[in-house]
Design a protein around this ligand. Structure first.
Ligand code: ADP
Ligand code: GN1
Ligand code: MG
Length: 378
């Protein structure tokens, strides 16, 4: 990091309500959208130390940062109240956003038009990029399910849609077809096989959204980006809280479940080039479904429970389409580290979709069995 950037970041820190001396600023995390820095601030000549995460919001992706921060403020306040009522520590159970110096806003707009926010860093917490064992995945599921349960009485419709049609897979399909038609980067001819893979599944892309519109599936407060590394765990591997709340919006619980399976139940990384290493691990699927049904199952409807396995396939197909569309558009959305990064990502997702299809019956049987375990209608 250049010295100039470090100075800029340091002056940004003190535009929030923070006292002391910045002793380090380090880029952190491997997200595809925002930029995150860990900031350490000391006071009393180094006697006390507090860490923060400073984040630059990607305003190309999130066009209304005010609306986004308003969502986060309201959702974290709601969870904080719940935790206090249960005698739990809100400082470890949800994110704490810092106000600016005036106390009026919870973000800063800098001279270049960029938006910044700061959270208290939750000490002794761990975020994992890969599932190390089924128990870890089960604990993450319990946290995402708990998040759902904590917000069950929050009026979902009052939240801002930070990215309209975010998990509307049918609308994502139309975006994908536009990208193919425009072929902005001249890459369509080289990915015909992948394009046809998506097209063969066009009809299914409308399924979940149609149920939501028809009212068969309830609108809930959903996280919408339920990767494993968006749950913080403590040193014993127990879940602490759900983070990365930019995409919290009104949505379906199926989005959260499906996206978690997409990312966490895969045997390989999202950008693994060797597709023979990419498959769906049913033990991990079961661990997640178990944890999720334990904390959120009671509040779910029968149709939601029945569609859990299908949601894994849909969220995976959707993400693959988004990666492929971005590849066709010339890599304008997701951060990339190599020229074909988005194509590699798309290919792992399509391999997983194939796996989901091959193992759909087994996934359905697992959910049916777990519903029996938790005495839930199926
Ligand atoms: P991104 O959009 O880059 O995924 P996140 O908000 O998920 O951004 O932050 C990236 C990483 O930073 C997380 O996976 C986690 O490791 C860490 N992190 C973020 N906020 C906190 C926090 N308040 N306390 C501790 N760690 C955090
Ligand atoms: C992005 O920011 P990050 O890396 O947690 C994306 C998700 C995708 C994910 C794929 C706002 O999430 O929707 O599923 O990449 N977030 C946004 O890894 O588009
Ligand atoms: Mg994240």
């Amino acid at each position: 990091m250049s010295q100039m950037l470090e100075k800029q970041l340091e002056s940004m820190v003190f535009r929030f309500r923070v006292k002391g001396k910045v002793t380090s600023i380090t880029p952190f995390g491997g997200g595809h959208i925002n930029r995150t820095y860990i900031v350490t601030v000391t006071e009393d000549g180094g006697k006390t130390e507090q860490k923060y995460t400073l984040q630059q919001i990607n305003t190309t992706v999130f066009r209304d940062p005010h609306a986004l921060m308003d969502n986060i403020q309201r959702v974290t306040s709601h969870i904080r109240q719940k935790l206090r009522a249960e005698g739990k520590d809100p400082e470890r159970g949800t994110l704490h956003m810092l106000p600016d110096r005036t106390g009026q806003y919870r973000y800063i707009k800098d001279d270049f038009g960029s938006y910044w926010r700061m959270y208290r860093f939750i000490d002794d917490s761990y975020a994992y990029d890969t599932v190390e064992n089924p128990e870890m995945f089960r604990n993450a599921a319990k946290m995402f399910g708990l998040f759902q349960a904590q917000l069950a009485d929050f009026p979902a419709f009052t939240l801002n849609e930070t990215i309209p049609h975010f998990h509307d897979t049918g609308s994502r399909y139309l975006d994908f077809e536009s990208a193919v038609a425009r072929d902005a980067a001249g890459r369509a001819a080289s990915v015909q096989e992948e394009i046809e893979f998506v097209r063969a599944r066009r009809k299914e892309t409308y399924c979940i959204q149609n149920h939501v519109i028809a009212g068969d599936i309830p609108l809930r407060v959903t996280h919408n980006d339920t990767k494993l590394n968006n749950v913080l765990m403590d040193a014993d591997g127990e879940g602490l809280c759900v983070i990365d709340l930019d995409t919290v919006m009104p949505g379906s619980a199926l989005y959260d479940f499906g996206d978690s399976i997409r990312y966490g139940a895969s045997t390989a990384a999202e950008d693994e080039p060797d597709l023979s290493k990419v498959s769906l691990d049913l033990t991990l699927f079961e661990a997640f479904a178990d944890g999720y049904l334990e904390t959120a199952g009671q509040a779910m409807t029968v149709l939601e429970r029945q569609l859990l396995p299908f949601s894994a396939k849909m969220m995976t197909l959707e993400c693959g389409m988004r990666f492929l569309a971005d590849y066709l558009n010339g890599d304008v959305y997701f951060k990339i580290e190599q020229a074909d990064h988005n194509l590699l990502r798309a290919r792992t997702q399509f391999k997983l979709v194939q796996e989901d299809e091959d193992k759909m019956e087994e996934m359905n049987a697992i959910v049916a069995r777990l519903c029996e375990k938790y005495h839930l209608a199926y």
